[in-house]
Design a binder for this molecule. Structure first.
Ligand code: F6P
Length: 341
C-alpha cells in the first residue's frame, strides 16, 4: 500500500512519535510505502512531499514539533482545494491518507473523506478538547510544562507579595488550567466553561492575604471570560484564518485585581512554551499507539474513522462523530478543583 501522512494545525508534543510509529508499522511490518506531506494540507495541495523510511524517522521519538512541518491551511480555504487534493492523491497512487491534527484538521479530514478519499484520522491537541477520545497526546506534556512554571512562579510571587495571574492555553476549554492549577496548588482557577465574577474572584484572593498569606497564584485559561457586565473585557479579535487571538485575560485580570486588592499583580502568559519540547513518556506511548492503530485501520479499509482512547483501549470512531462537539470541563470536575484551592 502507499500511505500519505500529514500533520496540520498547531503543533503538539508527540506528533513525531505518531509519524515514527506509522512508518515502523507500515513499512517494516506491512511492506508499505509511506510519504509525508510538508506543512499539513498545504503539502497535499501543492504536491510537496518526502519519502518516509526508517532513516527519515530515526531519533525523532523524543523530539517536539513535527519533522513534516505544519500549517493552518485547509483544502476548504481554496475554491478548488478538495478537487486539487483528490487529483494529487490519484496522481501519487495513494491508498490512504493519515492526517494528524486537532478540531480543524479533523473537520477537514471529514470533508475529504466525504468527498470519497480514503482517510484515517489521528487526533492531537494539547487542549484535550476532542470529545470522542478520553485523552489526546500533547495534553500531558502541556500540563507538565504549565505545572512546572506555576511551581516556579510561586517563589517569585511570595518574595514580592504579589498576585500572579498565569494564562495557560486551551482555546475554548479549561482542561490545561484545571489540571495544572490542581497539580500546582493554585489559589484560583478560571475557565471558559464557568464565566467568573470579578468581585467574587477578588474577594477570594483578598481573603488569602487577610489570612496572612503573602502571595496568590491565579490560573486563567486563555478562553476564560467574565460574567457579562462583571467587568469590561476585550476579547482580542481573530487572526487571518478566523482563529481567536487570545493572550489577553491575564493582563486584564491582573489590572482588575490590582485595583480591587491594592496588591501588586502581574500577568504571566505561558504561551507556546506549553507546546514546545520533548513529549512526556505518557504522550509518546499514546502517540505511538495511535500511529499503530491508524495503520491497522488503513489495512482493514476502515476509512472515515479516527483513532481514540477509551479507558485503556484504542478504538476507531467515525470522523463525523469526532467533530460534533468539544469536550468541555464538567461542573463536577471544576468543583473537585475548587475545594482544594
Ligand atoms: O489548539 C492548540 C493551541 O495551542 C491552543 O491552545 C491555542 O489557543 C492555539 O493553539 C494557538 O494557536 P497559534 O499557534 O496559531 O497561535
Amino acid at each position: 500500500m502507499r500511505i500519505g501522512v500529514l500533520t496540520s494545525g498547531g503543533d503538539c508534543p508527540g506528533l513525531n512519535a505518531v509519524i515514527r510509529s506509522v512508518v515502523h508499522r507500515a513499512v517494516v511490518d506491512h511492506g508499505d510505502e509511506v510519504i509525508g506531506f510538508r506543512d499539513g494540507w498545504k503539502g497535499l495541495l501543492e504536491c510537496d512531499y518526502l519519502k518516509l523510511d526508517l532513516d527519515a524517522v530515526g531519533g525523532i521519538l523524543a523530539r517536539g514539533g513535527t519533522i513534516l512541518g505544519s500549517s493552518r491551511v485547509q483544502p476548504s480555504h481554496l475554491r478548488d482545494g478538495v478537487e486539487r487534493a483528490k487529483g494529487h492523491v490519484a496522481e501519487l497512487g495513494l491508498d490512504a491518507i493519515i492526517p494528524i491534527g486537532g478540531e480543524g484538521t479533523l473537520k477537514a479530514a471529514r470533508l475529504m473523506s466525504d468527498s470519497g478519499l480514503p482517510v484515517v484520522g489521528v487526533p492531537k491537541t494539547i487542549d484535550n478538547d476532542i470529545a470522542v477520545t478520553d485523552v489526546t497526546f500533547g495534553f500531558d506534556t502541556a500540563v507538565g510544562v504549565a505545572t512546572e512554571a506555576l511551581d516556579r512562579l510561586k517563589t517569585t510571587a511570595e518574595s514580592h507579595q504579589r498576585v500572579l495571574v498565569v494564562e495557560v492555553m486551551g482555546r475554548h476549554t479549561g482542561w490545561i488550567a484545571l489540571h495544572s492549577g490542581m497539580a500546582a496548588g493554585a489559589h484560583a482557577i478560571v475557565v471558559p466553561e464557568r464565566p467568573f465574577d470579578i468581585e467574587e474572584l477578588a474577594r477570594r484572593v483578598g481573603e488569602r492575604f487577610d489570612a496572612g498569606k503573602r502571595f496568590a497564584i491565579v490560573v486563567a485559561a486563555e478562553g476564560a471570560k467574565p460574567r457579562p457586565g462583571s467587568m469590561e473585557f476585550d476579547e482580542g479579535g481573530k487572526d487571518i484564518y478566523g482563529h481567536e487571538r487570545f493572550a489577553g485575560i491575564a493582563r486584564q485580570l491582573s489590572i482588575e485585581l490590582e485595583q480591587r486588592l491594592g496588591k501588586e499583580a502581574r500577568p504571566v502568559i505561558l504561551g507556546h512554551v506549553q507546546r514546545g519540547g520533548t513529549p512526556t513518556a505518557y504522550d509518546r506511548v499514546l502517540a505511538t499507539r495511535f500511529g499503530w492503530h491508524a495503520v491497522e485501520a488503513v489495512h482493514r479499509g476502515e476509512f472515515g474513522h479516527m483513532t481514540a482512547l477509551r479507558g485503556t483501549d484504542i478504538v476507531m470512531v467515525p470522523l463525523a462523530e469526532a467533530v460534533e462537539t468539544l469536550k468541555t470541563v464538567p461542573a463536577d470536575r471544576y468543583e473537585e478543583a475548587e475545594c482544594v484551592l
